[in-house]
Design a protein around this ligand. Structure first.
Ligand code: FRU
Length: 743
C-alpha cells in the first residue's frame, strides 16, 4: 500500500493488562482450595528476562534488527508501543522495519509448567517469532498479531504449556527475518510459572447486533488506537458498506455517527469480524437524530473557528470543490469512524460564502471498487453526460476508487444533495497501481472535458492528460513528467488558466501538485508545455493537496483554492481541517509569472470589532501599540516601512512572526520564507485561529500557513521593532467571530 504508518501515524491505546502474577496466584490458590496437594507443589515464578538493562547481555545479538540494547518503549517513526512491563523491551523496529537479526538467551532449565511472555508486532511464525529451543529444535513458537496495515503496537499476554520438557535445558530465540510493513517483533517479560497465564479474552467471529432503523444515526463507540475491526453494515440482510473501525470494547473516546436515515424502518445489522467475548461495543450502540455530545459541537477547545473541519472523524484532502446552484460545495476525504486516516468517504459541506459551512453528511461511501479517494466535481452545463434531468445540468463527481485495481469513477446529482454512482463505472481503468486524484475541467476552445490524473510511471511522478466529450469516455491525450526524484507533481494535480497581471488577453496555464509546487505554461487542449521549471507554492507547514473550485461564474472569474490544513487536534472527536479559501493570481515578477495567494474577501464577514491605528513611528523599546487588545480570533493587517529596523516582530498569542527587512525574509514560529518588500513596504496579513495561523506577505507572493495551537488564556498581541525605528503606515486588528454561529 501507498500509506505507511509514518505518514498517517496511528495510535495504539489498546489496554492490555500486564500479568499480575501475585494476585493471579492468589486467585488460583482460592480456586484450588480443595486441591491442597496441587497448591503445595506450586513454586514461585522465575523471571527469565525483563529487558530492563543497558545491554541485552547475557542474551546474544546478531544482525541489526534489535539494536544493541533493549528499546525504551516506542522507537522513532513507530506507532505507540505499550503493554510492556517496566521501561525496556525487545523492539525490532530499530531503524525501521527492514533490518533483520536474532536475539538468543543463555541456556536455562525448564522448571515450571508454563512459559509466559508479552508479545506484539508483525505476524509471521516463520519470520517474526519467539521460539523455544530444546535440543536445538524449535518446539514452540509465538508471533505478533498484525498482518495488515493499521493494527496495534500493544503487546499482549502469551504463554506455552511446557510441562513435557520439565528438567530439560532450553534456550529462547527471538527472530526478525521480515522486511517491509509490520516487519518487526516486540517481546517482554518472559517468565516461568506454574500458574496458567490468562491471555486476552477469546475473540468471537462475526459478532452481530441487529436493530430496526428508527433514527438518523447509529452511534458507534470509538477508542483511538484500539485494534481495527472490520465492521459491515447490513440492510435487510444485504451488506451495504464495510469499514475498519477502532471499536471501543469499554469506555469510548468519542462516538462516531453512522447515518442510516435512508433505511428508516428497515432492519439493520452491524457485523464485526472479531470481537473480544467481553466487549461492550455492540451493546453500547444507540440511535438518535442528533450527534452524541451535540451541545459541544463547534465549541470544542481545539475547533478552528473559521477553518472548516468535520463534525466527527478525520479529514484530509478537499475534493469536488464546485459552485453549483448558488452554493459552494466542499467534499473532503473523510474517515467518519476514525480519528486517523482510513475508510475513505467523501464528506460533504455546503456554503453560500465559502466562510460559513454546513456539513451535510457523507456522499460517496466505500464500495466493491474500493475506498473513495480524492477527485473533483464539474457542472455539466450542456448535459454532455446525459445525467441531467428536467433541463437541470448535472453536478458530476469524478473520483478514484482505490481498490485493486485502482480505477476512476463518476457519480452525479441534479440537486446537489443526493448522488448516484454511474452504473457504467469505472470510466477509466487502472494505468498503474497508485493512479489517482482526477481533476476535471471544461476546455472551451476544444469543447471537451480535460482530466489530469496522477500516475506513478516507471519510478517517476507523472500527470496524464485525458480528454472526453461526455465525462464517461476518456482518451489519453498526453503525459507530463515531473522532475524525477522530487515530489513535484506527486498526487492531487490541479490545472487551471489564469490571466497574467489581470490581463485576460495574456493567460497562462498552471499545473500544480499536492505539495502546491507548480509550473506555468501553455496548453492546447492536448499537451501542457511548461515555460519554467517548478516553482514553490506555499511557504509554511501542514498545507497539502489543495484544490480549486470549478463552476465559479465568469462574472466573478476568481480562481479560489482550499488546502488540507494539518492542524493538531489531540483529544478532540475530529482531526485536521481546511485552510481559508485563497484567491490565486499570476503576477509578473523577475523572470516570469508567479502565483499569489490572497484570503478571499468573503472572510470580512467575520469581522466583529475593528481596532484601527493612526500611522506611527515605532522605536525599539516603545510601548506595545497592541497592548489594549485581547482577542482570540484575529485578522491583522499592517503596512510598514522598515526604516532602520533590523526586525519587525509580531507576537500573536505566542506565535512569533518576525520580518527581517535586510534579508527580506519572514519567519513564522521559526519557519522562514522569502518575502520581498513591495514598493519598499512590508504588507502583512495575519489570520490567527485556535489551531493555526495563515500569514500573507508581499502582496500574496508569500503565503505561510502554520498549524499552531493557541492557549485559551493567552489573548495577547504584541508589536515591536528591534535595531531601529520603523514607520507603521497602516495597522488594523480585526477581532473575528466564529464562523460556526456558536458563542
Ligand atoms: C493525498 C492523498 C491522495 C489520495 C488521498 C487518499 O493526501 O494521498 O493522493 O487520493 O490522499 O485519502
Amino acid at each position: 500500500m501507498i500509506f505507511t504508518t509514518l505518514r498517517y501515524p496511528f495510535r495504539a491505546i489498546h489496554s492490555i493488562h500486564p500479568l499480575k502474577s501475585r494476585s493471579m496466584k492468589f486467585l488460583s490458590l482460592l480456586l484450588a482450595a480443595s486441591a491442597v496437594l496441587a497448591a503445595s507443589t506450586m513454586a514461585e515464578d522465575l523471571l527469565i528476562a525483563d529487558f530492563e538493562g543497558d545491554t541485552y547481555a547475557p542474551w546474544q545479538v546478531t544482525g541489526d534488527a534489535f539494536g544493541t540494547a533493549p528499546a525504551r518503549g516506542t522507537l522513532p517513526g513507530q506507532m505507540n508501543v505499550e503493554g510492556f512491563n517496566g521501561k525496556g523491551l525487545v523492539n525490532s523496529f530499530h531503524k525501521g522495519d527492514d533490518r533483520t537479526g536474532t536475539l538468543t538467551s543463555p541456556e536455562f532449565r525448564i522448571e515450571r509448567q508454563y512459559l509466559s511472555f508479552l508479545i506484539g508486532g508483525g505476524m509471521s511464525e516463520e519470520k517474526l517469532a519467539l521460539q523455544l529451543l530444546v535440543d536445538g529444535k524449535a518446539v514452540r513458537r509465538a508471533t505478533g498479531p498484525n498482518d495488515r496495515p493499521g493494527g496495534t503496537e500493544a503487546l499482549a499476554q502469551g504463554s506455552w504449556e511446557v510441562s513435557e520438557f520439565l528438567g530439560k535445558t532450553a534456550t529462547l530465540r527471538i527472530i526478525d527475518e521480515a522486511k517491509g510493513g509490520w516487519g518487526h517483533i516486540n517481546v517482554d517479560h518472559i517468565m516461568q510459572t506454574d500458574v496458567k497465564p490468562k491471555g486476552p479474552p477469546p475473540l468471537i467471529s462475526n459478532a452481530e447486533r441487529s436493530l430496526s432503523a428508527s433514527a438518523r444515526y447509529l452511534h458507534l463507540p470509538i477508542k483511538n488506537g484500539a485494534p481495527k475491526r472490520l465492521v459491515t453494515l447490513l440492510v435487510d440482510g444485504k451488506a451495504v458498506v464495510r469499514n475498519d473501525i477502532e471499536l471501543a470494547d469499554g469506555t469510548p473516546d468519542w462516538w462516531a455517527p453512522m447515518e442510516v436515515r435512508e433505511w428508516k424502518g428497515k432492519s439493520l445489522a452491524l457485523r464485526v469480524d472479531k470481537l473480544p467475548e467481553d466487549s461492550t461495543a455492540l451493546g453500547s450502540i444507540s440511535q438518535s437524530d442528533s450527534l452524541k455530545d451535540a451541545e459541544n459541537l463547534y465549541r470544542e477547545p481545539l475547533r478552528g473557528q473559521f477553518h472548516f473541519s468535520p463534525r466527527r472523524g478525520w479529514n484530509n484532502d478537499p475534493n469536488g470543490m464546485v459552485f453549483y446552484n448558488g452554493e459552494y460545495h466542499l467534499f473532503f476525504q473523510h474517515n467518519p469512524y476514525g480519528w486517523g486516516w482510513g475508510n475513505m468517504h467523501w464528506g460533504h459541506a455546503v456554503s453560500k460564502d465559502m466562510v460559513h459551512w454546513e456539513e451535510l453528511g457523507d456522499k460517496l461511501l466505500p464500495d466493491a471498487m474500493g475506498p473513495m479517494f480524492s477527485g473533483s466535481a464539474v457542472v455539466d452545463w450542456n448535459n454532455t453526460s446525459g445525467f441531467g434531468r428536467d433541463g437541470k445540468p448535472p453536478l458530476v463527481l469524478i473520483y478514484t476508487a482505490a481498490g485493486i485495481p485502482t480505477v476512476q469513477g463518476i457519480a452525479y446529482s441534479t440537486d446537489g444533495r443526493t448522488f448516484t454512482k454511474y452504473d457504467g463505472n469505472p470510466v477509466l481503468k487502472q494505468i498503474t497501481g497508485g493512479n489517482r486524484d482526477p481533476k476535471v475541467m471544461w476546455h472551451g476552445p476544444t469543447k471537451q472535458w480535460v482530466m489530469v490524473l496522477y500516475v506513478g510511471l516507471e519510478g517517476k511522478h507523472t500527470v496524464h492528460f485525458f480528454t472526453s466529450p461526455n465525462l464517461r469516455d476518456w482518451t489519453l491525450a498526453s503525459i507530463t513528467e515531473g522532475i524525477a526524484g522530487t515530489a513535484f507533481l506527486f498526487e492531487c494535480p490541479d490545472f487551471f488558466e489564469l490571466p497574467v497581471d489581470g490581463d485576460a488577453s495574456k493567460k497562462k496555464w498552471v499545473l500544480l501538485g499536492a505539495s502546491s509546487e507548480y509550473a506555468v505554461g501553455t496548453f492546447d487542449g492536448t499537451r501542457f508545455k511548461a515555460e519554467q521549471t517548478k516553482l514553490p507554492g506555499h511557504r509554511g507547514r501542514g498545507f497539502y493537496a489543495p484544490q480549486t473550485f470549478s463552476g465559479i461564474p465568469e462574472k466573478d472569474g476568481r480562481r479560489i483554492q482550499v488546502g488540507w490544513f494539518q492542524t493538531e487536534t489531540k483529544g478532540m472527536p475530529f482531526n485536521q481541517s481546511m485552510t481559508v479559501p485563497l484567491e490565486l493570481k499570476l503576477v509578473s515578477i523577475g523572470d516570469g509569472p508567479r502565483m499569489t495567494f490572497t484570503p478571499v474577501k468573503e472572510l470580512e464577514a467575520l469581522r466583529a470589532k475593528t481596532n484601527s491605528f493612526e500611522a506611527m513611528s515605532l522605536n525599539p523599546g516603545d510601548k506595545n501599540p497592541l497592548d489594549a487588545i485581547s482577542a482570540e480570533l484575529t485578522e491583522l493587517r499592517a503596512e510598514i516601512e522598515p526604516g532602520e529596523a533590523s526586525e519587525i516582530v509580531f507576537n500573536i498569542r505566542d506565535a512569533m512572526i518576525i520580518y527581517e527587512p535586510k534579508k527580506q525574509e519572514l519567519s513564522v514560529n521559526g519557519q522562514r520564507a522569502p518575502a520581498p518588500l513591495r514598493d519598499g513596504k512590508l504588507r502583512l496579513t495575519i489570520y490567527c485561529d485556535r489551531t493555526g495561523l495563515e500569514v500573507f506577505a508581499s502582496d500574496g507572493l508569500c503565503y505561510l500557513p502554520m498549524p499552531f495551537n493557541t492557549k485559551p488564556d493567552n489573548k495577547r498581541l504584541f508589536l515591536e521593532t528591534r535595531g531601529g525605528a520603523a514607520r507603521v503606515t497602516s495597522l488594523q486588528v480585526h477581532e473575528l467571530r466564529s464562523a460556526w454561529n456558536v458563542k
